[in-house]
Design a protein around this ligand. Structure first.
Ligand code: ADP
Ligand code: MG
Length: 219
């Protein structure tokens, strides 16, 4: 069973109960009001709920999951707590860039990107120094798990961004292998532009009583 979030949520970031340094930084980025997908998802995701989010390009999904990731992060615990999977290196780089902007006022938050097409050596070296948040593509993340250079045993939040595209690109097996390496009690957020027969089994098997948010408008 899943709940559908209503639209009666506040659109003010200040009402989310996020640390004030995070909220003040949002204003400096020109983020004054939440977009609908942010307003409808953040109260639930910050409270620990799983989420199934559908919203077209430009609806602000990155900050929707990014603020949930940052708001629930325990900075003093230097372990990989969040993993964000994206279909392509370009998208992973964009997500990491947005996360770094959002986390600008949070001290010592370590975000690493792990994408295919980049040499393994420097990634292994970076991983040996630790990270709080990994942003990556499924193939490369799976490769690091297989080599033992990445552990997800302390993961508390998994984000599948553009899940439909990841499945279109043939990442089903990598996604399964990665998810099997995470603790079952993790929080899972799944975003997809479409919610068809390809995505539904993934959502139904991997999300627990998710809140469902679907927005059409951009702002
Ligand atoms: P999506 O992933 O849904 O396609 P993005 O997360 O890439 O969308 O966001 C689209 C654009 O909107 C980005 O330039 C981002 O910086 C901007 N944006 C996101 N949230 C807000 C907000 N609350 N206020 C103003 N701009 C925002
Ligand atoms: Mg996006």
């Amino acid at each position: 069973m899943s709940d559908t979030a209503d639209s009666a949520h506040s659109t003010h970031f200040a009402d989310l109960g996020l640390p004030s340094d995070l909220t003040e930084n949002l204003a400096s980025l020109g983020y004054h009001q939440m977009t609908p997908i942010q307003a409808q998802s953040l109260p639930h995701t910050l409270a620990g709920r799983d989420l199934l989010g559908q919203g077209k390009t430009g609806s602000g999904k990155t900050a929707a999951f990014g603020l949930a990731v940052l708001g629930r992060l325990k900075v003093e615990r230097f372990r990989v707590q969040s993993l964000i999977l994206c279909p392509t290196r370009e998208l992973a780089d964009q997500v990491a860039e947005e996360l770094r902007r959002l986390a600008r006022q949070m001290h010592n938050v370590k975000i690493l990107t792990l994408c295919g097409g980049a040499p393994l050596g420097p990634q292994i070296h970076s991983l040996s120094h630790g990270a709080h948040i990994i942003v990556g593509t499924p193939g490369r993340v799976e490769q690091h798990l297989g080599k033992g250079t990445l552990s997800l045993k302390d993961l508390t939040m998994l984000v599948l961004d553009e899940a439909d595209r990841m499945l279109d690109m043939g990442f089903q097996e990598s996604l399964d292998a990665i998810i099997e390496a995470t603790p079952p009690q993790r929080q899972t957020l799944l975003f997809s532009a479409t919610f068809d027969d390809a995505v539904r089994p993934l959502a139904e098997s991997r999300l627990r009583q998710p809140v469902t948010v679907s927005v059409e408008s951009v702002h």
